[in-house]
Write a protein that binds this ligand. Structure first.
Ligand code: 1CP
Length: 359
């Protein structure tokens, strides 16, 4: 098995026979020397730009936009053109995987995703299928191919999926929650059920991520957005083993593991077969370097810093880039950018990273 440290030459940028003009992100992910820190932003594609809202209005709904490869590709490219980020991330959602397994979701205006049916019994799990990415998720793969064509090698393209535990949360709870107490109840009351569902999600996710690489994704990120609701013991039992299976299955491109709130699991995540570890703003840069000595770190500006004035944003970015150092580092926020952020403040963040991190 090839590890994340020895990427095979079948990586998509080789397959396409195209060398990237800006490969800072990939070099930083692989631990190679960079002349400045690459920067991109979680949730950069779908929240803050008026240009995004115009395309979404044209599509009519989030789901219509996400399932239309031409329009999904268009909004994926917007932050590259309008914000100057060093990577694109495919416009989609983590919830396309449960849908591909047979559990459709709806997007309620101003409320977020809702699953009309939830998974409650062993019989419910048996009714689900392991997603077949080539058919069930062809619309995402088609969007990736269009983005790769239109990027024409300008910057790398990031593919993504939710980590199995985070997907489990939505499939059992049916909607977003502060506590995910319904999902956690299942962990405590029926661990056999929980492991069975987590394994089915994992099998679906591995196939989906591999298909994204074949379609053209240059790097992959796993979002364990709700990791922080678990205790360290539960995280070790119900999340890490499944993330580990995914890491061990992906050797083609670098993989980032972002487990929001799992400050307690940094050492364990650092031992996984992944190239990059994403950090949120509760995780100190220098302490994280000690806990995760041999990997590239990504993060971790508090998205609320972007509500501050320009001078303060620059000071915070300067402190952050200084704390992480210039190598083995990808600048980002500590979670997705908030929808009411002024795009000019985002540009200030991106330009400040470029200015302060130049070697
Ligand atoms: O924003 C982008 O860059 C576009 C791509 C993208 C990504 C990477 C979307 C589009 N969603 C995601 C990931 C995602 N989706 C995560 C992981 C990242 C994170 O922690 O923020 C999660 C947890 C979701 C689930 C989800 N989808 C939520 C959160 C619900 C909750 O539990 O609070 C919401 C509100 C959505 C809807 C959604 N996804 C994406 C967009 C643009 C939207 C808004 C829908 C709309 O336009 O009405």
């Amino acid at each position: 098995m090839l590890g994340q440290d020895q990427f095979s030459k079948s990586s998509s940028s080789y397959l396409c026979g195209m060398k990237l003009k800006n490969d800072l992100l990939l070099r930083a992910a692989r631990g190679e020397q960079v002349e400045r820190t690459p920067v991109w932003m979680m949730r950069q594609a779908g929240r803050i730009l008026a240009e995004y809202r115009a395309v979404r209005a044209q599509a009519g709904s989030f789901i219509k936009l996400a399932t239309n490869p031409e329009l999904a590709a268009e909004v994926t490219l917007q932050p590259v053109d309008l914000l100057g980020v060093d990577a694109a991330i495919i416009f989609s959602d983590i919830l396309v995987v449960p849908e591909a397994m047979g559990l459709p979701y709806e997007m309620e205006e101003n409320r977020g995703p809702v699953f009309p049916n939830i998974v409650q019994t062993h019989r419910d799990i048996e009714k689900l299928r392991v997603a077949d990415a080539q058919t069930d998720l062809a619309y995402v793969l088609d969007a990736i191919k269009i983005v790769k064509r239109d990027l024409n090698g300008r910057v790398p393209l990031i593919g993504f999926a939710g980590a199995p535990f985070t997907i489990f949360c939505y499939m059992t709870e049916g909607r977003g929650s502060k506590t995910f107490s319904v999902a956690k109840k299942a962990l405590y009351t029926d661990p056999v059920f929980s492991h069975k569902l987590l394994q089915k999600i994992t099998d679906s996710t591995i196939g989906y991520l591999k298909a994204q690489v074949v379609a053209g994704a240059d790097l992959l990120q796993l979002f364990d957005s709700w990791a922080g609701v678990l205790s360290p013991q539960q995280y070790r039992e119900f999340s890490l083993p499944y993330i580990k299976q995914i890491c061990d299955s992906i050797s083609e491109v670098p993989l980032t593991v972002f487990a929001k709130g799992a400050f307690f699991a940094r050492h364990d995540i650092g031992a996984l077969n992944c190239a990059v570890v994403g950090l949120d703003w509760n995780m100190d840069a220098r302490e994280s370097r000690v806990l995760i000595p041999n990997k590239t770190l990504q993060g971790n500006l508090d998205p609320c810093v972007l509500y501050a004035d320009y001078a303060q944003i620059r000071t915070e970015v300067k402190n952050m880039t200084h704390a992480f150092g210039t190598q083995r580092y990808i600048a980002n926020l500590g979670h997705g950018v908030y929808p009411d952020t002024n795009p000019d403040k985002v540009r200030c963040f991106i330009e400040a990273v470029k200015e302060f991190s130049a070697v």
